[in-house]
Design a protein around this ligand. Structure first.
Ligand code: ZN
Length: 293
């Protein structure tokens, strides 16, 4: 039976891109999915049956690696977080917020800084980006106007399912359209574009991009920490994650507990102060939220 990936779900139909010949098949879900409480999702890898391109059936859904709620996509390989160097200016607090959410969803984050040409002095941002690289993140520096770093970004999409994230107004669609003119993303910046008008159902679609697929709806539009427990927050900061077992107390929140390996690393400059400060701020937000519910 042929295999493929669901790239679009609309009005009860699933559009499956076949693995073999890259054709799109319009399919319905197999009748017993409902009984088994299964809903096929965009991004699902499936087996399907079809004699022609418009009357197929999705027969089996393979196990998911992960599953995003907003947008509803399964099997996301990576999130490309686009931030601009200027207009709006680079904000590491917001970037860290995205990173925590992406880490919590077990998706690989890749940081892409755009509009670097607008920066007269890049010492500050270079320092911050060095911290992210040291933590282990891949950081790409780009400028669409100067055609800088675009090849690197383009190569990133191959054989992967990518969700785009990032602050609004950074020119996500401009960047993506300049990488792939076939993409033709809507003129509005995709992240500023949460509703698609009152009368259309919001849906997500995976668009072929090189040898990969990109979600046409931005991910992680809601950035509150509702599903994160205070003692788990440091799991989503890679530089703290590795140190957690060395803290004296299990469930250490790295604030005022004695013999805390994270605080020790902070004092030795092995953890950047601004990352730790953001951690403390997020921890407080999580605690405040728990109190409210
Ligand atoms: Zn600790």
């Amino acid at each position: 039976m042929p295999k493929g990936t669901i790239i679009k779900a609309l009005s009860g139909y699933y559009y499956v891109k076949s693995e073999e010949e890259n054709e799109i098949y319009q399919c319905r879900g197999r009748g017993n999915f409902r009984k088994r409480k299964l809903t096929p999702l965009v991004g699902d890898e499936v087996e399907f049956e079809s004699t022609n391109q418009t009357d197929g059936y999705v027969m089996e859904i393979f196990e998911r690696k992960n599953e995003l709620i907003r947008p509803p996509v399964a099997n996301v390989d990576q999130a490309l977080i686009i931030f601009s160097a200027r207009r709006p200016s680079f904000k590491s607090l917001l970037l860290d917020r995205f990173l925590v959410h992406i880490e919590a969803n077990e998706i690989l984050p890749v940081i892409c800084v755009s509009k670097l040409d607008l920066l007269e002095d890049d010492t500050e941002i270079a320092k911050e980006l060095a911290v992210y690289r040291r933590v282990g993140y891949q950081v790409l520096e780009t400028s669409s106007t100067e055609d800088k770093g675009l090849e690197e970004v383009r190569a990133l999409f191959d054989n992967k399912v990518t969700v785009i994230a990032g602050q609004s107004g950074v020119g996500k669609s401009t960047l993506l359209n300049s990488l792939n003119p076939d993409l033709n993303l809507e003129t509005n910046d995709i992240s500023d574009h949460l509703g698609r008008g009152k009368h259309t159902t919001r849906h997500v679609e995976l668009i072929p991009f090189g040898d990969g697929l990109v979600a046409d709806t931005p991910g992680f539009s809601s950035l509150d920490f509702i599903d994160i427990e205070p003692e788990d927050l440091s799991i989503y900061f890679p530089e703290m994650r590795d140190l957690r077992p060395e803290c004296k107390f299990r469930g250490c929140t790295h604030i005022s507990e004695p013999k805390c390996a994270v605080k020790e690393a902070l004092e030795n400059d092995e953890i950047a102060q601004f990352r730790y400060d953001h951690y403390v701020q997020f921890l407080q937000e999580i605690k405040d939220q728990k109190r409210r519910y």
